[in-house]
Design a protein around this ligand. Structure first.
Ligand SMILES: Nc1ncnc2c1ncn2[C@@H]1O[C@H](COP(=O)(O)OP(=O)(O)O)[C@@H](O)[C@H]1O
Ligand SMILES: [Mg+2]
Length: 386
């Protein structure tokens, strides 16, 4: 066993038993101390912190083995205890184990072998238990460290959001100016343009608008992530907002010869943030157009599902592979399906969609299979639960 000698305390009122067990254990290279009854044993155990295991008789004058176990355990020690019993005392042995003994041993002709085995077994268990306690303490320590670094990460993430928010916010005004002013020039408000001037101004205008879109998305992510998405709720008609957004999207769809069809049921007015829900619709319809081939169809539905008002946007695009679906709503996730008409892709749209819909108390889900198109559904609670 250990390099350090294990010290046993043998407790028995019979000097012959003490001597015999002492000799067996000493020849097994164990240290031995003896006591002649429970009271004696408690004293010796208290006085000698080096005692690793107690081996005690049950019937002794003064203090019995059972009382000894209780005294040791009540004193807060979980030192291993083996009790010695006669053949007709098994029920007492069971009681001893219940009271906190670790093993029992029959005082018979085999004791020379069994006592060493029992001590080894009990000590091994004890060491495992101690190791376990140490491991648990280690684990608790590691958990604490993990919690600390989690808090630090959260703090850093907050900082990132703040930074993102400030940068995006400050970029918005100059970009709006570039976009607006270039548009005025394109309109030849200050005189006719050469073809080249017109072409370059169009590039300036288009690029600044793309940047404005990205900056707005970044600002949204920052606002939403920092928990500052304040919905401006209004009781309104989902149907009329949908019709409105379809009209705007169909201009973009026409460029790819994509037809938008709609099947919009009448649903009761409900509470939602019209600007934010318009943004959700624009994103979903925009994706359907962006990732679909020219000449295909987009179908938009509005239904009352009883417990929710549901909008569906279905396309005839390539479909999304199953193993990519889990990433769809993550930030900056661009998947294997790419725009078909050279459109910009940042991977922020669906992350924003999900957060806005969830903030309304609704859900977003996707039904898609490679080769058979994609349908995104989102729901809004019908009774203004948001
Ligand atoms: N209707 C769709 N059909 C196929 N793939 C899609 C569709 N909508 C989204 N995706 C995939 O999910 C990714 C993330 O979408 P999104 O968050 O809107 O970002 P973005 O439109 O900027 O790429 C897209 O890049 C695309 O790979
Ligand atoms: Mg998108």
């Amino acid at each position: 066993m250990d390099s350090q000698k294990i010290k046993t305390l043998i407790v028995d009122d019979d000097p012959f038993v003490r001597d015999m067990l002492g000799m067996i254990l000493q020849s097994g290279d164990y240290g031995v101390e003896t006591a002649e009854n429970g009271i004696d044993a408690v004293e010796k155990f208290k006085a000698d912190a080096g005692i690793n295991i107690i081996i005690s008789d049950m019937n002794m004058p003064g203090m019995s083995g059972l009382e000894l176990i209780k005294a040791i355990r009540d004193g807060g020690s979980d030192v291993p205890i083996i009790i010695l019993t006669g053949n007709n005392e098994i029920s007492i042995a069971v009681e001893a184990i219940r009271s906190g003994a670790n093993d029992y041993l029959l005082k018979d002709e085999n004791i020379q072998d069994t006592i060493i085995l029992s001590v080894e077994r009990v000590m091994e268990k004890y060491h495992l238990k101690m190791q376990n306690i140490r491991l648990m303490a280690d684990l608790a320590e590691k958990n604490k460290e993990l919690e600390k670094s989690n808090a630090e990460l959260k703090e850093l993430n907050n900082l990132k959001n703040k930074f993102l928010g400030i940068a995006a916010h400050d970029l918005r005004n100059p970009l709006t100016a570039i976009s607006g002013l270039s548009e005025i020039l394109i309109g030849e408000a200050f005189g006719p343009l050469t073809a080249e001037q017109g072409e370059y101004l169009s590039i300036i205008n288009g690029t600044s608008n793309e940047m404005l879109g990205l900056v707005n998305d970044l600002l949204d992510v920052s606002i939403i992530e920092s928990g500052k998405l304040d919905l401006v709720l209004k009781k309104d008609s989902l149907k009329s907002i949908l019709e409105n957004r379809m009209k705007i999207s169909s201009i973009i769809a026409q460029r790819k010869n994509i037809t938008i069809n709609a099947d919009l049921h009448d649903v009761p007015d409900t509470l939602f943030d019209p600007n934010r829900i318009a943004q959700v619709m624009d994103n979903l319809i925009g994706n359907a157009i962006k990732f679909s081939p020219t000449g295909s169809h987009v179908y938009i539905t509005l239904e009352n599902k009883g417990d929710a008002l549901q909008v569906g946007v279905k396309d005839e695009g390539p479909g999304i592979p199953d193993d990519e679906k889990a990433k769809l709503f993550g930030e900056f996730q661009r998947l294997s399906v790419q725009p078909t008409g050279g459109e910009k892709s940042t991977g922020l749209g669906l992350a924003i969609v999900k957060k806005i819909v969830n903030a309304h108390g609704g859900d977003v889900r996707v039904e898609s299979a490679v080769g058979s198109g994609t349908t995104f559904y989102f729901t809004i609670p019908p009774d203004g639960r948001a």
